[in-house]
Design a binder for this molecule. Structure first.
Ligand code: PEP
Ligand code: MG
Length: 570
């Protein structure tokens, strides 16, 4: 068995299997004389879940943050809401078991709430689902694992991790193995940012391990050992210690610049989704944020975040980011959906109503975000970046909205950076091919290779059946990046990369050789990439990339680069 390695490394710990098997509930009726007892059983389970929710809330508040802890407030309110309590007890009085009663009350209420137009109210359906499911599990004696409460080294094994679960991952999580997912899924991005050895797409793993098994995850060789013998265990323990030593060694580069041996400086930044990630970028020696993915703020929420909620995050990130933060406007749609918004049915969501297309058609949502970003620009160096731009007209339409919001703020006397730069992501080949034209009006560029590969090679980035065709070092991608860099530089515009490709040791050097000014990568990869940059000459990199522009396969390109790298012992 094997999967796809998301973050390389060795992890050892006890298996924490997160099961999401459907729960079986019997529809047998209870005896009339058992009704009072059943109500008491329900009350007891409710009290138990309330204690758990309070503990979770306190812990999340301390270890993660206020916003993340708010989810538990909503759950605490819902569990005691008379609507749910009365509907459940009524059903027990009609002789249903407590778990069947909670489930049918849940289903009726969810159906009712889902009809309501107001997204805030409709979202309450999710809270009902969450608390009812906890109640049912407690009634049935099924353990629920809380990832933020783990107190010993653990390897998480699951089919997939929800965004709300990934924010909870604490320092005890030494590895993650998922049956599904893609390299660019939310769980993968968070695991990589935190530097947790992770393998995804490991089919069948959930059915061969049990919670408590000792697992050695070798996310270098793409292997998993379950309850290994003492000898193998010791070998891996030793390897893990070596990795730790290596991390400590690399941490000595923290305050050094990302500069080649012949003095060519690179902006080495981090990709973030939260304030926590931003602090991680700093602690790893990154000097700024090249991509702030704002969609997490929308996805991990129960409603479209308000201007204040967004401003609170953005301005704190702007203050913490260092040299600058590039805030990307909402990139929603495709695989990124919102629990409180119904997207139109689409047969090709990745080619459909997403990102800037969604924002331009929803000016109220877009302008709320722009106001929050502009207000944050008063607190640190902020740049605005539009995702998924395909045409000059889309860029202009987005810029018009920025200008409108700026004049509103001006008339309200709210300060913002009057010189704020507006850039775009280059992730659609159509835009890359006209970079020189866009550069006349666009202030800066960042190449999104995750999507650029998908759209250039016609390979769904989420589809493991075609993942062998997803080739960031394919000649077509090299040529597109070359065109983009030359186009941007023809008008003196800066161009960076914020796709996962820039976190790869070899690809990062290729990108620098092609002339990109900035690499924005997973925070955990910053030390290693910095070391690579500091060990090469820019003139060598430029020489290496010239011949690869004429090779016709990724394999040949990789082989050529490996040969070149051997010479410098890098
Ligand atoms: C990209 O497409 O390369 C990118 C950075 O954006 P995302 O992964 O969020 O689509
Ligand atoms: Mg993208």
């Amino acid at each position: 068995m094997s999967g796809i390695v998301v973050f390389k490394g060795i992890g050892i710990g006890k298996c924490q299997l997160i099961k999401d098997d459907p729960i079986q509930i019997s529809d047998e009726l209870i005896l009339p004389e058992k009704i009072a007892e059943e109500i008491a059983r329900y009350e007891y389970a409710k009290a138990k879940v309330i204690v758990q929710l309070n503990a979770l809330k306190d812990h999340t508040l301390l270890t993660v943050g206020e916003k993340e802890a708010m989810i538990f407030d909503a759950h605490l309110m819902m569990i005691d809401d008379p609507m749910l309590v009365d509907a459940t007890t009524d059903k027990i009085r009609q002789r249903e078991t407590a778990e069947a009663s909670v489930t049918s009350a849940r289903n009726e209420l969810v159906a009712m709430f889902s009809q309501i137009e107001d997204p805030y109210i409709r979202e309450r359906a999710r809270d009902i689902e969450d608390v009812s499911d906890s109640l049912v599990k407690t009634l049935l004696g099924i353990d629920t694992i809380n990832l933020s409460l783990l107190s010993e080294p653990a390897i998480i094994v699951a089919r997939d991790l929800k965004p709300s679960e990934t924010v909870m991952l604490n320092d005890q999580v030494k590895g993650i193995i998922l049956e599904t997912g893609s390299v660019t899924s939310h769980a993968a991005i968070v695991a990589k940012a935190k530097g947790i050895p992770t393998i995804i797409g490991y089919a069948g793993i959930c059915s061969i391990v049990q919670s408590g098994d000792i697992i050695v995850l070798d996310a270098r060789k793409n292997q998993v050992l379950i309850n290994p013998d003492e000898e193998s265990f010791a070998v891996y323990q030793e390897r893990m210690n070596c990795e730790l030593q290596e991390k400590i060694r690399l941490s000595s580069l923290k305050d050094l610049e990302a500069i080649t041996l012949d003095g060519h400086k690179i902006k080495l930044y981090g990709n973030v989704g939260s304030l926590q990630d931003t602090l991680l970028v700093k602690s790893q020696g990154g000097r700024g944020v090249g991509l702030m993915r704002t969609e997490f703020l929308y996805m991990d929420n129960s409603h479209f975040p308000t201007e204040e909620e967004q401003f609170d995050q953005y301005h704190r990130i702007a203050q913490a980011a260092g040299e600058e933060v590039i805030i990307r406007t909402l990139d929603i749609g495709g695989d990124k959906t919102l629990p409180y918004f119904t997207f139109p049915e689409e047969s090709n969501p990745f080619l459909g109503f997403r990102a800037i297309r969604f924002c331009l058609e929803n000016p109220a949502i877009f302008k709320t975000q722009l106001r929050a970003i502009l207000r944050a620009s008063h607190y640190g160096k902020v740049k605005i970046m539009f995702p998924m731009i395909a045409t000059m007209q889309e860029f202009r339409a987005g810029k018009v909205m920025v200008r409108e919001v700026q004049s509103e703020l001006r008339s309200e006397g709210i300060p913002f950076d009057e010189k704020i730069e507006i850039g775009i992501m280059l992730e659609i080949p159509a835009a890359v091919l006209i970079t020189d034209l866009l550069a006349k009006e666009v202030d800066f560029f960042s190449i999104g290779t995750n999507d650029l590969c998908q759209y250039t090679l016609a390979v769904d980035r989420m589809n493991s059946h075609v993942s062998h065709l997803y080739q960031p070092l394919n000649p077509s991608i090299i040529r597109l990046i070359d065109i983009a860099v030359k186009g941007a530089h023809s008008c003196g515009r800066e161009i960076g990369i914020c796709g996962e490709m820039a976190s790869d040791e070899i690809a990062a050097l290729v990108l620098i050789g092609l002339g990109v000014d900035e690499l924005s990568i997973s925070p955990s990869m910053i030390p290693l990439i910095k070391e690579k940059i500091r060990s090469v000459y820019m003139k060598d990199l430029q020489e290496w990339v010239e011949p690869i522009k004429h090779l016709d396969s990724q394999d040949d390109i990789v082989a050529s680069l490996e040969r070149s790298l051997e010479h410098v012992n890098c």
